[in-house]
Write a protein that binds this ligand. Structure first.
Ligand SMILES: [Fe+2]
Ligand SMILES: [Fe+2]
Length: 170
């Protein structure tokens, strides 16, 4: 029943989206939400230096919001008559505080990118109610991005970050 092994939806430029591509994209969004829940559950407990104490509480709130996102996306997938996936996207873990925050920040960057794409597809297909649901999710993901970027002392917008040479220390 699970569909996550099917061919990836085509990315943007190759003509208008189809409903199948939209649903396949939502399945991948759901897998990313599961991943976000797992990372935030773990990192909110493992982040423990004095420097990052405040953000640990924020990560716990993020975990709850990601669960709400997963439920919202699963509801949409069900609406389109598909069966929601049950496997998270590849989870990234670390024992290092900064590496944990970077893993979450990269995940938020990626999630926001995909939701932008999904909103365009939904609008192309005239699925305006879905587009509205996604707008609310992307707004919250941007808040998460801001929280993480502030904790790391970098700018939230990944394009600006790249320009300013702000990347993870190896
Ligand atoms: Fe989310
Ligand atoms: Fe998020």
């Amino acid at each position: 029943m699970a569909q996550q092994d099917s061919a990836p939806a085509s990315k943007g430029s190759s003509g208008p989206a189809t409903r199948d591509q939209l649903v396949e994209g939502l399945q991948q969004d759901l897998a990313r939400e599961y991943k976000a829940i797992i990372q935030y559950v773990i990192f909110s407990q493992k982040l423990d230096t004095a420097r990052f104490q405040n953000i640990a509480g924020e990560l716990e709130k993020h975990a709850h919001e990601e669960l709400d996102h997963a439920l919202a996306i699963a509801r949409q997938i069900d609406y389109y008559g598909a069966y929601p996936v049950h496997t998270p996207a590849a989870v990234e873990v670390s024992e290092d505080n900064e590496a944990m925050l970077w893993a979450d920040l990269r995940a938020e960057d990626d999630t926001i990118d995909h939701y932008r794409q999904r909103i365009r597809q939904a609008e192309e297909l005239g699925e305006f109610a879905l587009a509205e649901v996604l707008q609310e999710l992307i707004r919250q993901e941007q808040d998460h991005q801001i929280d993480l970027a502030s904790a790391l002392g970098v700018v939230p917008d990944p394009k600006q970050r790249a320009k300013q040479g702000q990347s993870e220390k190896k």
